[in-house]
Ligand binder design. Structure first.
Ligand SMILES: NC(=O)c1ccc[n+]([C@@H]2O[C@H](COP(=O)([O-])OP(=O)(O)OC[C@H]3O[C@@H](n4cnc5c(N)ncnc54)[C@H](O)[C@@H]3O)[C@@H](O)[C@H]2O)c1
Length: 356
């Protein structure tokens, strides 16, 4: 990582981007540039908490409030910064919101990615940085839905099923086409579902915790038997750092947690953890309610991460139950934060993503 002097992160006030910035501040000496439009679910405390504690971090950390859909502004910022490593995470990321408002997803995820790679192409044509890399951070949802058997890998054909995954798939195709046509040092990563601290309480794990704290029922979409492959966010960030260091350009890497769990079982684990460790005592059976399924809901995701393990030596290091326990505890202890971000987003944990 020491080659890199100026690291640009897009989407650094989101859940994964902020975890990445915290790790980059601690594990590198590089200047860090965070480009984020500071959207509905963004939060700056997730980064500023550690920046403000340390003078060296303060000197190395820079934030630009910018929408990556604004081509001219983005271009001038990138040409000013002159990054030698880019992690591209800025995207609209919630499937339910993509059902109600797909156009925002087309803009940020497709147009925004086009802007970034086209500007990067232009920028690299004027300078010769032989170690430059751009990592485009994507999702396993681009592969569609699995049956009972098998896992997604780098060779799985794309088959996105939601507006979110379709826009992420489009952005992956753009990145690969640009690297192939213009010979650019780009890497695409496809990761399974992340969980951890500082995640906006609209996604399954923090939403379920919040519902229990609020004394409300947790909505179980459909039969609750959908399977996701969960990865602790710190493990994802470690994978990204490892790829930036040892990953081969022009390659793709699938990142997964080797941790398949049915949604209903996951919520039961969360409920048990809260019952054991807090005063929010409740009966699981009375805390869940089965509701209409998400339109086009994918049944199962699972990642085969043999390639990244064999080629560059990364595999998940965190035990799921421990990491989930830490996460639940963090939300129990940070209710002020949850209330503040929910209020900022004007979101009351209500159901979204149903057809009219
Ligand atoms: N959360 C997961 O489980 C998961 C798994 C695999 C891949 N990913 C991918 O990782 C990336 C980050 O996910 P996340 O969970 O941190 O998402 P997030 O929604 O928490 O954060 C995304 C951030 O991007 C910013 N952003 C969105 N559109 C922008 C734009 N047009 N210009 C500038 N900033 C913009 C938002 O303001 C936000 O701060 C996304 O690309 C997502 O597709 C997420």
């Amino acid at each position: 990582m020491n080659n890199f002097k100026k690291i640009l992160v897009t989407g650094g006030y989101g859940f994964i981007g902020s975890a990445l910035i915290r790790k980059l501040l601690i594990n590198t000496k590089a200047d860090i540039f965070n480009l984020d439009k500071f959207g509905l679910v963004s939060d700056d405390q997730s980064v500023l908490n550690i920046v403000e504690q340390n003078k060296v971090f303060r000197n190395r950390y820079n934030f630009f409030k910018v929408d990556i859909c604004e081509f001219k502004l983005l271009k001038s910022i990138i040409e000013d910064i002159k990054p030698d490593l880019i992690f591209h995470l800025a995207a609209e990321s919630h499937v339910d919101r993509s059902i109600n408002n797909p156009s925002q997803f087309v803009q940020s995820n497709i147009v925004g990615t086009y802007n970034l790679i086209e500007i990067t192409r232009n920028y690299l044509s004027k300078r010769n940085i032989d170690y430059f890399k751009l990592l485009h951070i994507s999702t396993d949802e681009v592969f569609g839905s699995l049956g009972d058997l098998g896992k997604f890998s780098e060779s799985t054909p794309y088959d996105p099923k939601s507006p979110y995954s379709a826009t992420k798939a489009s952005s992956d195709h753009l990145v690969r086409a640009w690297r192939n046509t213009y010979n650019l040092p780009f890497i695409v990563t496809n990761c399974s579902n992340n969980f951890g601290e500082w995640q906006f309480p609209e996604k399954l794990i923090p939403l379920s915790i919040q519902k229990i704290i609020n004394g409300e029922k947790i909505p179980i979409y459909g039969n609750g038997l959908q399977i996701r492959d969960w990865l602790y966010v710190e493990d994802h960030v470690d994978a990204l750092l490892t790829i930036s260091e040892k990953g081969k350009i022009n390659e793709d890497y699938c990142i997964g947690g080797n941790c398949e769990i049915k949604n209903i079982e996951l919520i039961k684990k969360i409920s048990d953890t809260i019952n054991q460790n807090s005063n929010y005592k409740h009966s699981f059976a009375n805390t869940i309610k089965y509701v209409e399924d998400r339109p086009g809901h994918d049944t199962r995701y699972a990642i085969d991460f043999t390639k990244i393990k064999k080629e560059i030596g990364w595999e998940p290091s965190q035990k799921f139950t421990l990491a989930l326990g830490k996460t639940v505890e963090w939300y129990l202890n940070n209710q002020d934060w949850s209330k503040r971000v929910l209020q900022k987003a004007n979101y009351g944990t209500q159901r979204i993503g149903l057809l009219d």
